[in-house]
Design a protein around this ligand. Structure first.
Ligand SMILES: Cc1ncc(COP(=O)(O)O)c(C=O)c1O
Length: 293
């Protein structure tokens, strides 16, 4: 069913209350969101036909919208139903689900007081985000761009504007042959990858940056819970870049990335070790509902 581009496929996209043929789900060039990044979105995965943490994603979309000073015209229960139907209607079993809300075309200046809010939901097949990194470990560049301060931008919103930094960092990493980049924050502490949170392990203890200026991922929270339930100590704290020298293992978490071990971050190397593998296996079981959460 997949065509060469994302606008040329068979299937159905839900847009503003209607199921629209995939190729007809269009917006006008004079759309506020396109000019001023006034949009928020979610990336979710369905496993065996069921979306993992659908309600948490719907609630986060509403919270991101609020952070950008708008309200969704749909509540979380309605959105959950639409997302589930998007998976079903497109004949998918394992799927990636994208919900997005954006400001429309009524006003075209910086002010958007009277723009209507639009919502769309699409779903498609999407395999492993980092290819064969589950076995070998992903290779990450150290980005020159930093996550901004909470005083600069609503940093906990999953807002399109925040991804400008991620695309720039990822492009530069890819040009150098890496698959992603690790970004520091505005203070110089380790923050996250361009679409995933980061964890490190040393002497059986897991360390992960405090999410005080970046997304506290839904996968991140699930993996912390899984590790703690297995008796693993997880420390959330500020991590200095020099500390990477001493960590033995590293892995990323995210809806798209799932749990992916990391073999390299710039000059620092890590083994694909037992804790990274345990987190990966436990998460796989959780999302496929093979163990209790
Ligand atoms: C920048 C960034 N950080 C972290 C995450 C992980 O968030 P989640 O686990 O909720 O998908 C994502 C993915 O959505 C992301 O884009």
């Amino acid at each position: 069913m997949a065509g060469a581009t994302y606008d040329d496929r068979d299937g159905w996209i839900w847009m503003d209350g209607e199921w629209t043929a995939w190729r007809d789900a269009k917006v006008h060039v004079l759309t506020h969101a396109l000019h001023y990044a006034s949009s928020v979105f979610e990336g979710e995965r369905a496993y065996d036909g069921e979306i993992f943490e659908s309600r948490a994603h719907s609630d986060r979309l509403a919270a991101s919208a609020k952070a950008l000073d708008f309200e969704l015209p749909i509540d979380s229960a309605q959105l959950d139903a639409v997302k589930a139907e998007a998976v079903r209607r497109n004949g998918l079993n394992d799927a990636y689900v994208r919900a997005i809300a954006w400001r429309g075309s009524e006003m075209m200046g910086v002010s958007a007081q009277h723009n209507t809010i639009h919502v769309g939901v699409a779903a498609w097949s999407w395999g492993a985000y980092y290819g064969d990194a589950r076995e070998k470990g992903a290779r990450l560049d150290l980005a020159k761009w930093r996550r901004p301060s909470p005083e600069t931008i609503p940093c906990h919103a999953k807002a399109a504007g925040l991804y400008m930094i991620c695309t720039l960092s990822k492009h530069e990493a890819e040009r150098k042959g890496y698959s992603d980049a690790l970004m520091l924050d505005y203070r110089g502490y380790v923050a996250e990858a361009t679409g995933a949170n980061v964890f490190f392990a040393k002497d059986g203890v897991v360390h992960t940056p405090t999410p005080d200026c970046f997304l506290d991922g839904i996968t991140r929270r699930a993996v912390i819970g899984l590790l703690q339930a297995r008796g693993v100590e997880v420390v959330e704290r500020h991590i200095e870049i020099e500390e990477l020298e001493g960590f033995e293992q590293c892995f990323l978490t995210g809806t798209a990335a799932e749990v992916t071990p990391v073999a390299e971050i710039g000059p620092y190397s890590f083994e694909v070790g037992a804790l990274a593998k345990e987190a990966m296996t436990a998460y796989d079981s959780l999302v496929r509902r093979k163990v209790a959460a």
